[in-house]
Design a protein around this ligand. Structure first.
Ligand code: PMP
Length: 382
């Protein structure tokens, strides 16, 4: 071994889901949205000029940050996101007073919520005490913690794969969990999130809401009461823009300032001009957002019925995926058979979940292809 090899920061990287090259694939493996982004995004793309690209983008990504602040304010005022919510306001109000809003100073944007989360780990998880997160959860958390040498202790989900809030009452250096959780899709009621916040007033609590728009109630409203809360969201799922890489955090202006200090110590220009322009356009189309998220939720509820009939069981997911296990056919076998058929789902060969498949909710037609294959698969009896 060469001397310098001793000093390499060796990491075991996160493994993203496969992006197959074949065009005929039914792609239900990476929780993307099957519908295209808002038509306003296509229009903004047509309007883009190449001349401004010669210059660096706005390091503050002000247009996008302001659009997200308005979008969050709009959501808080008009849409009580719940199973049967109605989003009353179709148009984002540009004239709201700061006092009744989420302000632009409360928004931090990054290259997907992965970038935002990595910055949060770096900025706020800096204690000798371990941070806490569930044992079955987004598999990037332990990768960042390992890379940044942040101590952590995984808190086991209960046998029903639910987060137990009492597990987060011990001394710690910070708390993070997705809501709904991934890959289970299980949603924590807002009361339980608040319970966790109440018991952790001395540390930063991060709620990763990548999938909140598919039936959950956001914790953003709790920011008024808890200045140690950071809510993280993304344009990758409910806004159909995984390829543009736009994520953001909502928190107190003070916490956002700390995050920006760290960001500017790394890379001032995280958001490119295209992401800023197209993200802004998406944020300003609440009607399209509402339509697509509702379509996905409706398809998901039908998928629950179909898959239950076929002998699968699963959490009552409130995300754009189902985490399923079959009573007789092993998940690993089914994963391989589905892939062979050109239907890609996600399989995690990990303790406790190695007999489960995570199936992203696609269009109704895509889901029909899945059911059709499963109905005749040996061992899956209806
Ligand atoms: N959080 C969770 C729980 C996720 O599943 C994902 C998607 N892989 C992300 C964050 C990151 O999403 P993105 O970087 O596309 O915003």
């Amino acid at each position: 071994m060469k001397k310098w090899e001793e000093n390499i920061r060796r990491v075991t990287p996160y493994v993203p889901g496969e992006q197959p090259k074949r065009a005929d694939v039914v792609k239900l493996n990476t929780n993307e949205n099957p519908y295209p982004p808002s038509p306003k995004v296509a229009e903004a793309l047509r309007q883009m000029q190449t001349e401004p690209m010669r210059k660096y983008p706005d390091p503050e990504a002000k247009l996008l940050v302001e659009a997200i602040a308005r979008m969050e304010t709009h959501a808080m005022q008009n849409c009580a996101f719940s199973d049967d919510s109605v989003c009353a306001g179709d148009v984002i109000d540009h004239s709201l007073a700061d006092s009744e809003c989420i302000t632009p100073g409360q928004i931090f944007v990054g290259v997907g919520s992965d970038d935002v989360l990595a910055m949060i780990f770096l900025t706020f998880f800096n204690s000798e005490k371990p941070i806490l997160f569930p044992d079955i959860t987004y598999s990037f958390y332990d990768v960042w913690a390992d890379m940044l040498r942040i101590p952590y202790v995984r808190q086991p989900l209960n046998d029903a794969f639910e987060i137990e809030s009492k597990d987060y009452e011990k001394e710690n250096g910070g708390v993070i969990f997705p809501n709904p959780n991934a890959p289970t899709g299980a949603l924590l009621p807002l009361d339980t999130v608040e319970d966790i916040l109440r018991h952790n007033s001395d540390v930063i609590v991060v709620v990763d809401e990548a999938y909140i728009d598919f039936g959950g109630i956001t914790s953003v409203g709790l920011l008024k009461k808890y200045d140690n809360l950071i809510v993280v969201k993304t344009f990758s799922k409910s806004r159909s823009m995984a390829g543009m890489r736009i994520g953001y955090a909502v928190a107190s202006e003070e916490l956002i300032r700390y995050l920006n200090d760290v960001k500017y110590s790394f890379n001032s220009y995280t958001m490119n001009q295209t992401a800023i322009a197209l993200g802004t356009a998406a944020a300003e189309d609440p009607v399209y957002f509402e339509e697509t998220r509702r379509k996905i939720m409706a398809t998901r509820e039908r998928a629950k019925d179909e898959l239950a009939k076929l002998g699968f069981s699963f959490q009552n997911s409130q995300a754009n995926f189902l985490f399923v296990t079959h009573r007789s056919v092993p998940a690993a076998e089914l994963f391989a058979a589905l892939k062979e058929e050109g239907i890609y789902v996600r399989y995690f060969n990990k303790p406790r979940i190695d007999n489960y498949l995570r199936i992203t909710i696609g269009t109704d037609e895509e889901m029909e292809r899945l059911y059709a294959f499963l109905r005749v698969y040996p061992g899956i009896e209806c």
